[in-house]
Design a protein around this ligand. Structure first.
Ligand SMILES: NC(=O)c1ccc[n+]([C@@H]2O[C@H](COP(=O)([O-])OP(=O)(O)OC[C@H]3O[C@@H](n4cnc5c(N)ncnc54)[C@H](O)[C@@H]3O)[C@@H](O)[C@H]2O)c1
Ligand SMILES: [Zn+2]
Length: 365
């Protein structure tokens, strides 16, 4: 079992990563000062609950905890105000008070939704992240929680840090392959923005990682979380360096938006966005094209796309989406760009023509 600590100005919390951790949840709760005198509400989704709720509920009840459970339909569509209101109703009916604790059992959708229930219920109660997707190594750390609005993704939310993160990598065995691969895009991103040695290691271990080798998987998640923790500890509320976590996301978010959030998974869109960002970096800083080759080959070795289908989206539609997503002034865009492998910086004032060049190169066949 590996442990990381997130140390922020007003709080600190542990992240545990390993195998067979779910049944030990009561031990970790006690360590975080959450005792059987406090009521617990598990929030999960319709795919995850049938797989992982029973062992957790059994362990908690045996340890003397009083536990309620609410299951929402799986998928991004549940991350909305309607579900938030229903869940708050369930917490009230269950008699959860200000000492109560929410347990978010699932991927990023559940982490964001249940975390936002915790942030808003009775002006904020504690919550625990129990991630079950690879992508959630990213979303469960850092305290961003929230829901979507019909007019925008993640536009209603808060910063609310969990009391602890318990990451049982064994849960990834049941994750659909496409979701697993998608999660690797964020793992790779964490290497590319911060840690060249981690990038080299990922390139070497791709096959074993895709085969879910438990120790190596825990190692990859540990390093990915470590980067996120390093960045978030310096800039909890994204007023500066935290923006580098958006590497690959400028084009990635635009691809998701123009395809109605259904054609690509988030990770696939980010992978294509990373391929765009590294090419843009080359063009702008005169870097050796080798860095583009290494980056795209790494993404491809995990089964991630690095181009989008020709004719599927127009450059114009993608540029419009980028404008809506980020605050673009006078047609000047902001990108996170590579300086060298494992190091990036935020660059403002990117011209539309520079982006058009890159988008043309991203069109596959
Ligand atoms: N808060 C943040 O900092 C942050 C960062 C990145 C992404 N996000 C958010 O995360 C969400 C995406 O998260 P996600 O990719 O984990 O999606 P998700 O939670 O929808 O999970 C993906 C799918 O896998 C299923 N699933 C989850 N765990 C499983 C398991 N162990 N076995 C079988 N099936 C399983 C889910 O039911 C779902 O169908 C988005 O809403 C995004 O906005 C938040
Ligand atoms: Zn992302």
């Amino acid at each position: 079992m590996k442990k990381l600590t997130v140390s922020l100005e007003h709080c600190s919390y542990p992240i545990y990563i390993g195998t067979d951790l779910l049944a030990k949840l009561p031990v970790y709760l006690q360590e975080a000062g959450i005792t059987p005198q406090q009521k617990l509400m598990v929030i999960s989704d319709s795919n995850v609950a049938p797989l992982y709720c029973s062992p957790i509920l059994e362990a908690l009840r045996q340890a003397g905890y009083q536990v309620g459970i609410e299951v929402v339909p799986a998928g991004e569509a549940s991350k909305n105000l309607n579900q938030l209101e229903k869940l708050i109703g369930s917490c009230l009916q269950f008699g959860l008070d200000r000492q109560g604790v929410i347990l978010a059992l699932g991927g990023g959708v559940i982490g964001d939704l249940a975390g936002f229930v915790a942030a808003s219920y009775m002006r904020g109660i504690r919550f625990v992240q129990i991630p079950t997707t690879l992508l959630a190594h990213d979303s469960s750390v850092g305290g961003k929680v929230g829901v979507n609005h019909a007019l925008g993704k993640n536009v209603i939310g808060a910063f609310h840090q969990p009391a602890l993160v318990l990451y049982d990598v064994g849960t990834l065995a049941t994750l659909p392959k496409r979701e697993l691969i998608s999660g690797f895009a964020e793992v790779i991103k964490h290497g590319l923005i911060w840690d060249q040695a981690f990038v080299d290691w990922l390139a070497k271990e791709a096959t074993d990682l895709l085969a879910l080798h438990p120790e190596k998987l825990a190692e990859a998640i540990y390093h990915g979380c470590q980067v996120k923790v390093g960045v978030v500890s310096q800039d909890e509320r994204e007023s500066g360096i935290r923006a580098i976590l958006n590497y690959g996301h400028t084009i990635g978010h635009a691809l998701e938006a123009v395809s109605g959030y259904s054609y690509y998974t988030h990770g696939e869109a980010v992978a294509i966005g990373i391929a765009g960002a590294v090419q843009l970096s080359c063009n702008r800083f005169g870097l050796d094209q080798e860095i583009v080759r290494v980056t795209t080959e790494l993404l491809a070795s995990f089964g991630l796309p690095t181009t989008y289908e020709a004719g599927r989206f127009t450059e114009q539609a993608l540029l419009e989406a980028m404008k809506r997503d980020k605050k673009v002034k006078n047609d000047q865009y902001t990108f996170v760009l590579t300086r060298k492998l494992g190091q990036v910086e935020v660059v403002r004032g990117i011209d539309e023509n520079e982006i058009r060049d890159v988008l043309r190169g991203l069109e596959g066949r």
